[in-house]
Design a protein around this ligand. Structure first.
Ligand SMILES: C[S@@+](CC[C@H](N)C(=O)[O-])C[C@H]1O[C@@H](n2cnc3c(N)ncnc32)[C@H](O)[C@@H]1O
Length: 287
């Protein structure tokens, strides 16, 4: 793309038309993103470890009643949850399509001899295997899938669970998705050393749109290389669901006993990376 493609861009963009997600699975992007996952300065790609520790405590103590199980995390990133759950005695499988976070997850858990296996795959196409006591997808990723993919992921999660197994979803609240869509435009520059979207000096233009027909937010990023003026575009659409719509999706997928919690520690929390989402727990039937 060139600079003139920015001035002639479609406003507003059609939801999903310009891209599904930021390039998590690009090797260079995933290398830069791994540093963000591990940073203890913010809660952007993953939360800070002290928050993860508390959330893992809730999953282990409240959801699993402290009993070791086989569990699967979809879109597990660098395995910050699975490695902690494995230390508590669970056998863990993680699937993610970002190469560097998966390499990090494999290295750290192999080094400690933890019962974790990681697969570098797209959760939309991957075979999840079976016999799990818990399948989880956390930190708002569920909303970023098209509704048809989200439904398929739920169906595959149900088949992967053992009878009476638990699904744990932590999607973004309806208002969180809408608020992101109403955030407007902003820009920042990155100098020598680059930033998340490029290793080179660049300008990053960001804009957000709330689609009142689709009830979805599209965030669009134009990365302008400071040396060449070349432009790269990334776009990501997130769908907003009401609690009733979540209940409906889960019921249609075959889940039972659907419960809503205000956060991944079971109670209201003010801190933004936790209050922006809700936790939903659902069960597979006994037969
Ligand atoms: C916000 S990060 C959260 C990672 C992890 N759950 C955590 O909280 O530390 C979202 C993750 O979803 C992964 N992801 C997004 N779309 C995916 C897909 N289609 N298949 C596999 N992984 C995907 C990304 O690679 C990224 O690691």
């Amino acid at each position: 793309m060139r600079l003139k493609d920015i001035t002639s861009r479609t406003i507003p963009p059609l939801s999903w038309a310009e891209g599904e997600n930021i390039p998590w699975n690009d090797p260079d992007f995933s290398r830069r993103m791994l540093a963000e996952h591990l940073s203890q300065e913010h809660n952007l790609a993953s939360r800070r470890f002290e928050i993860i520790d508390r959330q893992v405590g809730w999953i282990h103590g409240e959801l699993l009643s402290g009993r070791p199980t086989r569990l699967l995390e979809l879109a597990c990133g660098p395995g910050l949850y699975t490695s902690r759950l494995a230390r508590l005695g669970h056998a863990c499988v993680g699937i993610d399509y970002a190469p560097e976070p998966i390499r990090y997850a494999r290295d750290t858990t192999a080094h400690e001899g933890l019962d974790c296996r990681y697969r570098l795959e797209d959760v939309r196409n991957a075979d999840y295997g079976g016999g799990y006591g818990l399948v989880m997808m956390i930190f708002g990723q569920f909303n970023v899938f098209r509704r048809s993919d989200a439904c398929r992921i739920l169906e595959k999660a149900l088949s992967a669970l053992a009878p009476d197994g638990i699904l744990l979803l932590e999607p973004q609240k309806f208002d969180t998705v809408m608020k992101h869509g109403q955030a407007g435009s902003s820009w920042h520059t990155c100098g020598e050393g680059g930033g998340l979207f490029s290793d080179r000096p660049h300008l990053c233009l960001t804009e957000s749109f709330w689609d009142t027909d689709e009830l979805a937010t599209t965030q669009r990023f134009f990365i302008v290389d400071a040396g060449t003026g070349a432009v790269t575009r990334h776009a990501m659409t997130s769908e907003a669901y009401t609690d009733e719509q979540f209940r409906d999706l889960l019921t249609r997928a075959g889940f039972e006993d659907i419960r809503f919690y205000p956060s991944l520690v079971g109670v209201e929390v003010e801190e933004e990376s936790q209050s922006a989402n809700l936790a939903i727990v659902a069960r597979k039937g006994r037969r």
